[in-house]
Design a protein around this ligand. Structure first.
Ligand SMILES: [Zn+2]
Length: 83
């Protein structure tokens, strides 16, 4: 379990995660995080997993021109566009 620690928010709105926490959780530079406000006023951070904009699946997704689609939705989408 990771110890609770306190960090101040910088002028630009950033925080630095403790080194030990980053190492234990594999949070390397460039890893995208999702930030979710919680019902009790807290924040939940988790690794970002790209998911399909249409069905929400995280399996076999690709992003093109800002739109992330799974293979199934991508094939259905291109079929509708070409018909
Ligand atoms: Zn999909």
């Amino acid at each position: 379990m990771v110890d609770v620690s306190f960090k101040k928010i910088t002028k630009s709105g950033g925080i630095t995660l403790p080194r030990q926490m980053r190492q234990e959780l594999g949070l390397l530079p460039g890893v995208a995080l999702e930030i979710h406000p919680t019902d009790d006023g807290g924040l939940l951070l988790c690794k970002h997993t790209p998911s399909c904009h249409l069905c929400g699946s995280a399996d076999d997704v690709k992003t093109c021109k800002g739109l992330t689609l799974c293979r199934k939705c991508s094939e259905a989408f291109s079929q509708e566009v070409t018909e």
